[in-house]
Design a protein around this ligand. Structure first.
Ligand code: KIV
Length: 285
């Protein structure tokens, strides 16, 4: 295990103040969390994208709080010091302030999170304020917000036109004023991100496909390693093709078992001769 001290909000702001970009990845399970912790990733998001990457749904809407809590607990066991963010799933915060506070509280109490993230701009300011007033650090999410993908007309860049860009900039201000300590911008043009970052007073701006002018970067783990077979978004950089490695290994396994090349002597266990003789004698009795 790494010797790193627990990453806090203060550490994240200090890093930004030093001009060092913050690293942030999605993660949904124990072994991946273990590797991310060893690699020194600052922040981990247990995203409701797990609906697609782990559960095989076409989108994030079917994901429940139970799904989120179970995966977030596993991630925390693998990454004890990373700054852990739980992603509020669809309808876990939209209905009322009370629903939002209760579900945000579950992430903190049951999964030992450091913060929660929720999608939406000015219309969600009241929810953010309620969560923050309950003592729970909150992160906003603007631009492409997957829970509203139907209303946004698909997975596409948000803020390409001046009016839409202005709305995202205004929303960022409202979300910061509501108390969010960070905002994730997903698929927002780089120069719009720059304006938001420059205007942020006490708020970390994080980018997912939104360019370099942010305090930090987020990537979806499965896109980085070829582990999501349905598609790879343009914004994702592939750092290795683990999917191909796994598929090749699986094909090899099927071939070796079929050809009786597996198992080999080192892959099974034996019983001592005397114990075996005694066993046969017992069976003959
Ligand atoms: O669920 C998720 O992983 C997210 C990212 C797309 C930002 O919210």
């Amino acid at each position: 295990m790494s010797e790193r001290k627990k990453v806090t909000i203060r550490d994240l702001f200090d890093k930004a103040a030093r001009g060092e970009p913050i690293t942030w990845l999605t993660c949904y399970d124990y072994p991946t969390a273990y590797f991310q912790e060893q690699a020194g990733v600052d922040m981990i998001l247990v995203g409701d994208s797990l609906g697609m990457t782990m559960l095989g749904y076409d989108g994030t809407l079917p994901v429940t709080m139970e799904d989120m809590i179970r995966h977030t607990q596993a991630v925390r066991r693998g990454a004890p010091t990373a700054f852990l963010v739980g992603d509020m799933p669809y309808m876990s915060y939209q209905p009322s302030n009370e629903t939002a506070i209760r579900n945000a509280g579950r992430f903190m109490a049951e999964a030992n999170c450091d913060a929660i993230k929720l999608e939406g701009g000015g219309e969600m300011a009241e929810r953010i304020r309620a969560i923050v007033n309950a003592g729970i650090p909150a992160i906003g999410h603007l631009g492409l917000t997957p829970q509203s993908v139907a209303a946004l007309g698909g997975f596409r860049v948000q803020g390409k036109g001046a009016r839409q860009a202005k709305k995202i900039i205004d929303d960022a201000k409202l979300v910061e004023e509501a108390g969010a300590f960070a905002i994730l911008l997903e698929m927002v043009p780089d120069r719009v991100t720059k304006i938001i970052t420059e205007r942020a007073k006490d708020c970390l701006i994080m980018s997912l496909g939104s360019g370099p002018h942010a305090h930090g970067q987020l990537l979806i783990f499965h896109d980085m390693f070829g582990l999501y077979p349905k598609f790879k978004p343009r914004m994702a950089k592939v750092y290795g093709n683990a999917g191909e490695v796994i598929l090749n290994g699986l094909k090899q396994y099927v071939k070796e078992v079929t050809n009786r090349e597996f198992p080999q002597r080192e892959n099974w266990f034996t019983i001592k001769d005397e114990e075996y003789e005694e066993l046969l004698a017992m069976l003959d009795e």
